[in-house]
Design a protein around this ligand. Structure first.
Ligand SMILES: Nc1ncnc2c1ncn2[C@@H]1O[C@H](COP(=O)(O)OP(=O)(O)OP(=O)(O)O)[C@@H](O)[C@H]1O
Length: 255
């Protein structure tokens, strides 16, 4: 494995957000990863800007989680150049809350700033859990635990929010509610977002842009030019959904 060039983007102070010119919060050039000599990611070049919501689709084993872990810098054993901001947050399919800490301390975990508490409380209110600040995680439903995990991620005011199948374990109705919540949170807090999902509908409903990994190669990178409201009933939704299913090797008839 070669030595990666990893840098830190500092975007918050210098560049105010401008249409189409928001600061870049992921700048990956030629990123590659092998395990035991087997290439899993090949020559990934990808930029994500602050405020942009990117969905990452791919078949099982295509390298999605590997890429997310690299962008989170949980895995630094890659080739190529990567720049991501210091202020980044990751959410996984399981909420990974500490069972021995109540909800608010979970949200505030690792934050030392005296103003953090107020921010944590405000975020709990935003995710509809103001009354649960003193609850133990195990007393919450799966959806509530994921809402706490989102509050925890946003408490760091991340410039980059990375999510790996965050709603994968939730029932269909809870997922729909989480989609609405997430869109609102992202609109208000404006991080750059990379959402790994298996779910084509989820990708097309939520994202501004969709990328597809095929056997470790970025095989598609496309803006989603659909209205935010009424997206599912827009004719463009069905068309893009079909194209993505084809790209993923699943015909509409199989679905
Ligand atoms: N630590 C590791 N050691 C060896 N191989 C690994 C490791 N991590 C991932 N791989 C391999 O890399 C490939 C891509 O895995 P990855 O988890 O990134 O895929 P994925 O697209 O996220 O899959 P899924 O949708 O099933 O979660 C797989 O073949 C996997 O076995």
């Amino acid at each position: 494995m070669g030595t990666p060039t990893a840098g830190t983007l500092s975007t918050s102070a210098a560049s105010p957000r401008r249409d189409g010119e928001s600061p870049v919060v992921v700048d990956a050039r030629g990123v590659a990863r092998s395990f035991d000599g087997r290439g899993v990611l090949h020559d990934i070049t990808l930029q994500i800007r602050r405020g942009e919501f990117v969905a990452l689709l791919g078949r099982s084993g295509s390298g999605k989680s590997t890429l997310l872990r690299i962008l989170a810098q949980l895995d630094t054993e890659h080739d190529g150049d990567l720049r991501v901001p210091e202020r980044r947050a990751v959410a996984f399919q399981d909420s990974r809350l500490l069972p021995w800490a109540r909800v608010l301390p979970n949200v505030l975990l690792g934050l030392k700033d005296a103003r953090s508490r107020a921010r944590g409380e405000a975020l709990l209110a935003e995710v509809g859990l103001a009354d649960h600040a003193r609850a133990w995680p195990k007393t919450l439903s799966g959806g509530e635990q994921q809402r706490v995990a989102l509050a925890r991620a946003l408490a760091r005011d991340p410039e980059l929010l990375l999510m790996d199948e965050p709603f994968g374990a939730l029932d269909a109705l809870t997922r729909i509610r989480m989609h609405r919540l997430l869109r609102g949170l992202v609109a208000r807090h404006s991080p750059g977002v990379l959402l790994v999902t298996h779910d084509v509908d989820e990708a097309v409903l939520l994202a501004d842009r969709v990328i597809v990994l095929t056997d470790g190669h970025l095989s598609l990178d496309e803006p989603i030019d659909l209205p935010e409201v009424g997206r599912r009933s827009h004719p463009g939704f069905t068309a893009l959904r079909s194209r993505l299913l084809t790209e993923l090797g699943v015909g509409d008839d199989d679905h």
